[in-house]
Design a binder for this molecule. Structure first.
Ligand SMILES: [Zn+2]
Length: 367
Protein backbone atom coordinates (compact mmCIF):
# COMPACT_ATOMS: atom_id res chain seq x y z
CA UNK A 1 0.00 0.00 0.00
CA UNK A 2 1.35 3.44 -0.90
CA UNK A 3 1.86 6.05 1.77
CA UNK A 4 -1.23 8.21 0.93
CA UNK A 5 -3.38 5.10 0.87
CA UNK A 6 -2.05 4.01 4.26
CA UNK A 7 -2.85 7.48 5.61
CA UNK A 8 -6.34 7.32 4.13
CA UNK A 9 -6.94 3.85 5.58
CA UNK A 10 -5.75 5.07 8.95
CA UNK A 11 -8.08 8.09 8.78
CA UNK A 12 -11.04 5.92 7.80
CA UNK A 13 -10.24 3.46 10.57
CA UNK A 14 -9.85 6.21 13.20
CA UNK A 15 -13.03 7.81 11.91
CA UNK A 16 -14.96 4.60 12.29
CA UNK A 17 -13.55 4.03 15.78
CA UNK A 18 -14.42 7.59 16.80
CA UNK A 19 -17.83 7.19 15.27
CA UNK A 20 -18.39 3.98 17.20
CA UNK A 21 -17.26 5.68 20.38
CA UNK A 22 -19.48 8.68 19.72
CA UNK A 23 -22.37 6.36 19.03
CA UNK A 24 -21.61 4.31 22.08
CA UNK A 25 -22.80 6.92 24.53
CA UNK A 26 -26.09 7.34 22.71
CA UNK A 27 -26.33 3.76 21.54
CA UNK A 28 -26.28 2.44 25.09
CA UNK A 29 -29.75 3.89 25.45
CA UNK A 30 -30.61 2.89 21.91
CA UNK A 31 -28.31 0.04 21.04
CA UNK A 32 -29.25 -0.60 17.38
CA UNK A 33 -25.94 0.73 16.18
CA UNK A 34 -23.83 -1.27 18.61
CA UNK A 35 -23.43 -4.87 19.58
CA UNK A 36 -25.13 -4.01 22.88
CA UNK A 37 -26.59 -6.51 25.32
CA UNK A 38 -29.45 -8.59 23.93
CA UNK A 39 -30.54 -9.95 27.27
CA UNK A 40 -29.45 -10.33 30.85
CA UNK A 41 -29.42 -13.67 32.58
CA UNK A 42 -29.71 -13.19 36.29
CA UNK A 43 -28.41 -16.25 38.10
CA UNK A 44 -29.60 -17.46 41.45
CA UNK A 45 -26.45 -19.20 42.69
CA UNK A 46 -27.70 -20.61 45.98
CA UNK A 47 -27.71 -24.23 44.74
CA UNK A 48 -24.16 -23.89 43.38
CA UNK A 49 -24.86 -24.48 39.67
CA UNK A 50 -22.16 -25.46 37.18
CA UNK A 51 -22.28 -23.95 33.69
CA UNK A 52 -20.32 -24.47 30.48
CA UNK A 53 -19.12 -27.44 28.48
CA UNK A 54 -15.58 -27.97 29.74
CA UNK A 55 -16.17 -30.23 32.69
CA UNK A 56 -16.49 -33.93 33.22
CA UNK A 57 -19.07 -33.37 35.94
CA UNK A 58 -22.76 -33.10 35.44
CA UNK A 59 -23.66 -29.55 34.63
CA UNK A 60 -26.68 -27.36 34.06
CA UNK A 61 -28.31 -27.40 30.64
CA UNK A 62 -26.99 -24.73 28.27
CA UNK A 63 -28.93 -21.54 28.92
CA UNK A 64 -27.79 -19.71 25.80
CA UNK A 65 -29.78 -19.79 22.60
CA UNK A 66 -28.26 -20.10 19.13
CA UNK A 67 -25.85 -17.25 18.30
CA UNK A 68 -25.80 -16.03 21.88
CA UNK A 69 -22.41 -15.22 23.38
CA UNK A 70 -21.22 -14.52 26.93
CA UNK A 71 -17.88 -12.66 27.05
CA UNK A 72 -15.59 -13.59 29.94
CA UNK A 73 -12.08 -12.47 30.90
CA UNK A 74 -9.82 -14.26 33.39
CA UNK A 75 -6.61 -13.68 35.34
CA UNK A 76 -6.61 -9.88 35.66
CA UNK A 77 -6.92 -7.13 36.33
CA UNK A 78 -3.93 -5.69 34.55
CA UNK A 79 -4.54 -2.00 33.79
CA UNK A 80 -2.38 -1.96 30.67
CA UNK A 81 -4.73 -4.44 28.97
CA UNK A 82 -7.87 -4.23 31.07
CA UNK A 83 -8.34 -0.54 30.21
CA UNK A 84 -8.35 -0.93 26.42
CA UNK A 85 -10.59 -3.97 26.82
CA UNK A 86 -13.06 -1.88 28.82
CA UNK A 87 -12.87 0.84 26.17
CA UNK A 88 -13.64 -1.69 23.43
CA UNK A 89 -16.59 -3.08 25.39
CA UNK A 90 -17.89 0.46 25.95
CA UNK A 91 -17.45 1.36 22.29
CA UNK A 92 -19.75 -1.54 21.43
CA UNK A 93 -22.11 -0.85 24.37
CA UNK A 94 -21.66 -4.33 25.65
CA UNK A 95 -20.92 -6.08 28.95
CA UNK A 96 -18.72 -8.92 30.14
CA UNK A 97 -17.87 -10.99 33.20
CA UNK A 98 -14.38 -10.82 34.71
CA UNK A 99 -13.02 -13.67 36.85
CA UNK A 100 -10.31 -12.02 38.88
CA UNK A 101 -7.34 -13.43 40.76
CA UNK A 102 -7.23 -12.21 44.38
CA UNK A 103 -3.58 -11.19 44.29
CA UNK A 104 -4.04 -9.25 41.07
CA UNK A 105 -7.09 -7.49 42.47
CA UNK A 106 -5.14 -6.48 45.60
CA UNK A 107 -2.39 -5.11 43.37
CA UNK A 108 -4.81 -3.08 41.22
CA UNK A 109 -7.83 -2.30 43.37
CA UNK A 110 -8.71 0.82 41.39
CA UNK A 111 -8.92 -1.24 38.23
CA UNK A 112 -11.39 -3.65 39.86
CA UNK A 113 -13.49 -0.66 40.92
CA UNK A 114 -13.45 0.69 37.40
CA UNK A 115 -14.49 -2.63 35.86
CA UNK A 116 -17.48 -2.82 38.20
CA UNK A 117 -18.20 0.88 37.87
CA UNK A 118 -18.48 0.45 34.10
CA UNK A 119 -21.24 -2.09 34.63
CA UNK A 120 -19.47 -5.40 34.22
CA UNK A 121 -19.83 -8.41 36.48
CA UNK A 122 -16.89 -9.47 38.62
CA UNK A 123 -16.39 -12.98 39.97
CA UNK A 124 -13.18 -14.70 41.10
CA UNK A 125 -10.53 -17.14 39.97
CA UNK A 126 -8.78 -18.12 43.29
CA UNK A 127 -6.26 -16.17 45.33
CA UNK A 128 -3.07 -16.99 43.42
CA UNK A 129 -4.10 -19.09 40.41
CA UNK A 130 -2.58 -22.50 41.29
CA UNK A 131 -2.86 -24.78 38.28
CA UNK A 132 -2.96 -27.96 40.36
CA UNK A 133 -5.77 -27.01 42.72
CA UNK A 134 -7.47 -30.45 42.72
CA UNK A 135 -4.22 -32.05 43.93
CA UNK A 136 -3.62 -29.57 46.74
CA UNK A 137 -6.22 -31.04 49.07
CA UNK A 138 -9.59 -29.61 49.95
CA UNK A 139 -8.51 -27.38 52.81
CA UNK A 140 -5.94 -25.54 50.66
CA UNK A 141 -8.45 -25.34 47.83
CA UNK A 142 -11.02 -23.81 50.18
CA UNK A 143 -8.41 -21.28 51.31
CA UNK A 144 -7.68 -20.36 47.68
CA UNK A 145 -11.37 -19.95 46.91
CA UNK A 146 -12.32 -17.99 50.04
CA UNK A 147 -9.20 -15.80 50.00
CA UNK A 148 -9.79 -15.03 46.34
CA UNK A 149 -13.35 -13.90 46.99
CA UNK A 150 -12.37 -11.87 50.05
CA UNK A 151 -9.52 -10.16 48.16
CA UNK A 152 -11.50 -9.26 45.06
CA UNK A 153 -14.46 -7.98 47.11
CA UNK A 154 -12.09 -5.95 49.26
CA UNK A 155 -10.37 -4.48 46.21
CA UNK A 156 -13.75 -3.73 44.67
CA UNK A 157 -14.89 -2.03 47.85
CA UNK A 158 -18.34 -3.56 47.43
CA UNK A 159 -19.94 -6.98 47.12
CA UNK A 160 -19.12 -9.06 44.07
CA UNK A 161 -20.87 -11.91 42.28
CA UNK A 162 -20.78 -15.46 43.70
CA UNK A 163 -19.28 -16.50 40.35
CA UNK A 164 -16.13 -18.60 40.18
CA UNK A 165 -13.90 -20.20 37.55
CA UNK A 166 -11.24 -22.82 38.32
CA UNK A 167 -7.70 -22.04 37.12
CA UNK A 168 -7.01 -24.14 34.05
CA UNK A 169 -10.66 -25.26 34.37
CA UNK A 170 -9.39 -27.96 36.75
CA UNK A 171 -12.38 -28.81 38.89
CA UNK A 172 -13.02 -31.75 41.19
CA UNK A 173 -16.04 -33.22 42.86
CA UNK A 174 -15.10 -32.13 46.43
CA UNK A 175 -14.37 -28.57 45.28
CA UNK A 176 -17.63 -28.40 43.34
CA UNK A 177 -19.44 -29.69 46.43
CA UNK A 178 -17.81 -26.92 48.47
CA UNK A 179 -18.93 -24.29 45.97
CA UNK A 180 -22.46 -25.67 46.26
CA UNK A 181 -22.25 -25.42 50.04
CA UNK A 182 -21.21 -21.77 49.72
CA UNK A 183 -23.83 -20.91 47.11
CA UNK A 184 -21.25 -20.16 44.41
CA UNK A 185 -21.87 -20.72 40.70
CA UNK A 186 -18.97 -22.32 38.82
CA UNK A 187 -18.38 -21.43 35.18
CA UNK A 188 -16.32 -23.39 32.74
CA UNK A 189 -16.42 -22.31 29.09
CA UNK A 190 -17.87 -23.31 25.73
CA UNK A 191 -15.39 -21.50 23.48
CA UNK A 192 -11.65 -21.13 24.12
CA UNK A 193 -10.21 -18.16 22.24
CA UNK A 194 -6.74 -19.56 22.92
CA UNK A 195 -5.44 -16.06 23.63
CA UNK A 196 -2.98 -17.51 26.15
CA UNK A 197 -1.05 -18.98 23.26
CA UNK A 198 -1.78 -16.70 20.30
CA UNK A 199 0.21 -13.49 20.16
CA UNK A 200 -0.93 -12.34 16.73
CA UNK A 201 -4.15 -10.31 17.00
CA UNK A 202 -5.28 -11.27 13.50
CA UNK A 203 -4.81 -14.97 14.20
CA UNK A 204 -6.64 -14.55 17.49
CA UNK A 205 -9.55 -12.87 15.70
CA UNK A 206 -9.76 -15.74 13.23
CA UNK A 207 -9.43 -18.50 15.79
CA UNK A 208 -11.99 -16.96 18.15
CA UNK A 209 -14.57 -16.34 15.44
CA UNK A 210 -14.06 -19.81 13.94
CA UNK A 211 -14.66 -21.38 17.34
CA UNK A 212 -17.69 -19.23 18.07
CA UNK A 213 -19.17 -20.14 14.68
CA UNK A 214 -18.44 -23.79 15.31
CA UNK A 215 -20.21 -23.74 18.69
CA UNK A 216 -22.93 -21.36 17.44
CA UNK A 217 -22.10 -19.01 20.33
CA UNK A 218 -21.45 -19.90 23.95
CA UNK A 219 -19.42 -18.74 26.93
CA UNK A 220 -16.16 -17.42 25.47
CA UNK A 221 -12.91 -17.41 27.43
CA UNK A 222 -10.45 -14.53 27.10
CA UNK A 223 -7.74 -13.13 29.41
CA UNK A 224 -7.40 -9.43 30.22
CA UNK A 225 -3.69 -9.85 30.81
CA UNK A 226 -2.85 -10.38 27.13
CA UNK A 227 -1.83 -7.74 24.60
CA UNK A 228 -3.25 -9.76 21.73
CA UNK A 229 -6.66 -9.88 23.42
CA UNK A 230 -6.76 -6.12 23.89
CA UNK A 231 -5.75 -5.58 20.26
CA UNK A 232 -8.08 -8.18 18.77
CA UNK A 233 -11.21 -7.43 20.77
CA UNK A 234 -12.58 -4.48 18.73
CA UNK A 235 -12.44 -6.55 15.54
CA UNK A 236 -13.97 -9.58 17.25
CA UNK A 237 -16.86 -7.47 18.56
CA UNK A 238 -17.40 -5.81 15.18
CA UNK A 239 -17.49 -9.21 13.48
CA UNK A 240 -19.89 -10.63 16.06
CA UNK A 241 -22.25 -7.75 15.35
CA UNK A 242 -21.86 -8.20 11.59
CA UNK A 243 -22.52 -11.94 11.81
CA UNK A 244 -25.67 -11.54 13.87
CA UNK A 245 -24.43 -12.74 17.25
CA UNK A 246 -26.06 -11.43 20.44
CA UNK A 247 -24.36 -10.72 23.73
CA UNK A 248 -25.85 -12.06 26.94
CA UNK A 249 -24.76 -10.40 30.16
CA UNK A 250 -24.60 -12.48 33.34
CA UNK A 251 -25.57 -11.03 36.65
CA UNK A 252 -25.99 -12.57 40.09
CA UNK A 253 -29.34 -12.50 41.83
CA UNK A 254 -27.52 -11.82 45.06
CA UNK A 255 -23.94 -11.01 45.96
CA UNK A 256 -21.32 -13.07 47.78
CA UNK A 257 -20.51 -12.74 51.46
CA UNK A 258 -16.82 -13.36 52.07
CA UNK A 259 -15.71 -15.01 55.31
CA UNK A 260 -14.91 -12.21 57.79
CA UNK A 261 -11.58 -13.68 58.93
CA UNK A 262 -10.16 -13.55 55.42
CA UNK A 263 -11.46 -10.05 54.87
CA UNK A 264 -9.91 -8.83 58.15
CA UNK A 265 -6.55 -10.37 57.33
CA UNK A 266 -6.47 -8.92 53.82
CA UNK A 267 -7.79 -5.56 54.94
CA UNK A 268 -4.78 -5.21 57.20
CA UNK A 269 -2.48 -6.05 54.27
CA UNK A 270 -4.17 -3.56 51.99
CA UNK A 271 -4.05 -0.84 54.66
CA UNK A 272 -0.32 -1.48 55.12
CA UNK A 273 0.11 -1.09 51.39
CA UNK A 274 -1.47 2.33 51.73
CA UNK A 275 -3.94 1.96 48.87
CA UNK A 276 -6.40 4.77 48.37
CA UNK A 277 -9.38 2.46 47.98
CA UNK A 278 -10.88 3.37 51.34
CA UNK A 279 -11.26 6.96 50.12
CA UNK A 280 -12.74 5.87 46.80
CA UNK A 281 -15.35 3.61 48.33
CA UNK A 282 -18.10 6.04 49.33
CA UNK A 283 -18.19 7.78 45.97
CA UNK A 284 -18.44 4.59 43.97
CA UNK A 285 -20.95 2.62 45.97
CA UNK A 286 -24.09 4.56 44.95
CA UNK A 287 -22.99 4.51 41.30
CA UNK A 288 -22.53 0.80 41.28
CA UNK A 289 -25.69 0.16 43.24
CA UNK A 290 -27.56 1.70 40.34
CA UNK A 291 -26.06 -0.80 37.93
CA UNK A 292 -26.44 -4.04 39.83
CA UNK A 293 -30.08 -4.15 40.72
CA UNK A 294 -31.42 -7.38 42.13
CA UNK A 295 -34.82 -6.37 40.88
CA UNK A 296 -35.23 -5.04 37.41
CA UNK A 297 -37.55 -2.23 36.66
CA UNK A 298 -36.59 -0.08 33.74
CA UNK A 299 -37.91 -0.49 30.21
CA UNK A 300 -34.51 0.54 28.92
CA UNK A 301 -32.93 -2.61 30.33
CA UNK A 302 -32.56 -5.54 27.97
CA UNK A 303 -34.76 -8.54 28.61
CA UNK A 304 -33.88 -10.33 31.82
CA UNK A 305 -34.24 -14.02 32.38
CA UNK A 306 -33.84 -15.42 35.84
CA UNK A 307 -32.05 -18.72 36.13
CA UNK A 308 -32.46 -20.60 39.40
CA UNK A 309 -31.08 -24.12 39.04
CA UNK A 310 -32.01 -26.62 41.72
CA UNK A 311 -29.46 -28.42 43.86
CA UNK A 312 -27.98 -31.49 42.26
CA UNK A 313 -25.28 -33.96 43.08
CA UNK A 314 -22.16 -33.40 40.98
CA UNK A 315 -22.01 -36.80 39.40
CA UNK A 316 -19.11 -37.57 37.15
CA UNK A 317 -20.59 -37.40 33.67
CA UNK A 318 -19.50 -40.93 32.79
CA UNK A 319 -21.07 -42.25 36.02
CA UNK A 320 -24.24 -40.45 35.11
CA UNK A 321 -24.43 -41.86 31.58
CA UNK A 322 -23.46 -45.33 32.78
CA UNK A 323 -26.27 -45.16 35.26
CA UNK A 324 -28.71 -43.97 32.64
CA UNK A 325 -27.95 -46.91 30.32
CA UNK A 326 -27.20 -49.63 32.88
CA UNK A 327 -29.40 -52.71 33.16
CA UNK A 328 -30.48 -53.71 36.69
CA UNK A 329 -27.94 -56.58 36.61
CA UNK A 330 -24.98 -54.40 35.68
CA UNK A 331 -26.01 -51.81 38.24
CA UNK A 332 -25.54 -54.34 41.02
CA UNK A 333 -22.08 -55.11 39.69
CA UNK A 334 -21.09 -51.48 39.49
CA UNK A 335 -17.93 -51.09 41.57
CA UNK A 336 -18.87 -47.47 42.25
CA UNK A 337 -22.26 -47.61 43.93
CA UNK A 338 -24.57 -44.86 42.85
CA UNK A 339 -25.42 -42.45 45.64
CA UNK A 340 -29.03 -42.56 46.69
CA UNK A 341 -29.63 -38.82 46.81
CA UNK A 342 -32.09 -37.92 44.10
CA UNK A 343 -31.16 -35.54 41.40
CA UNK A 344 -33.84 -32.95 40.91
CA UNK A 345 -33.30 -32.29 37.28
CA UNK A 346 -31.44 -34.02 34.54
CA UNK A 347 -29.07 -32.15 32.27
CA UNK A 348 -30.33 -31.94 28.72
CA UNK A 349 -27.38 -32.98 26.62
CA UNK A 350 -27.95 -33.44 22.95
CA UNK A 351 -26.94 -36.79 21.50
CA UNK A 352 -24.71 -35.20 18.92
CA UNK A 353 -22.83 -33.22 21.53
CA UNK A 354 -19.23 -34.28 21.90
CA UNK A 355 -18.18 -33.94 25.53
CA UNK A 356 -15.22 -31.64 26.03
CA UNK A 357 -13.71 -32.22 29.39
CA UNK A 358 -10.34 -30.59 29.41
CA UNK A 359 -8.65 -27.42 28.41
CA UNK A 360 -5.92 -29.55 26.84
CA UNK A 361 -8.38 -31.00 24.35
CA UNK A 362 -9.63 -27.53 23.57
CA UNK A 363 -6.32 -25.88 22.94
CA UNK A 364 -5.00 -28.76 20.88
CA UNK A 365 -7.34 -27.61 18.15
CA UNK A 366 -10.20 -30.08 18.49
CA UNK A 367 -12.22 -27.24 19.93
ZN1 LIG B 1 -6.70 -18.37 34.64
Amino acid sequence: MTRPLVALAFLLFSGSVLCQQAEAGEACANPEGALGVARIVEIDTKAGPLFGEFTKYEKEPRFLGPKEVVLTFDDGPMPRYTKPILDALDAFCTKATFFYVGRMAMAYPDMVKEVMGRGHTVGTHTWSHPMNLPRQGLSRAKDQIERGFAAVALAAGRPIAPFFRFPGLSDSRPMLAYLQERGIAAFTVDVVSNDSYISSPSRLVKRTLDQIERQNGGIVLFHDIKASTAKALPTILAELKKRGYKIVHLRPKSTFEPLPDFTAELEAKLAKKGGKDAEDKPGLVPFYAAIIPTTLEADSEPAVVELAPEARERMHKSDASARATATPLSTTEDPKPVRTRKRHRKAKVSKSEQPVTSLGVAVSGQY
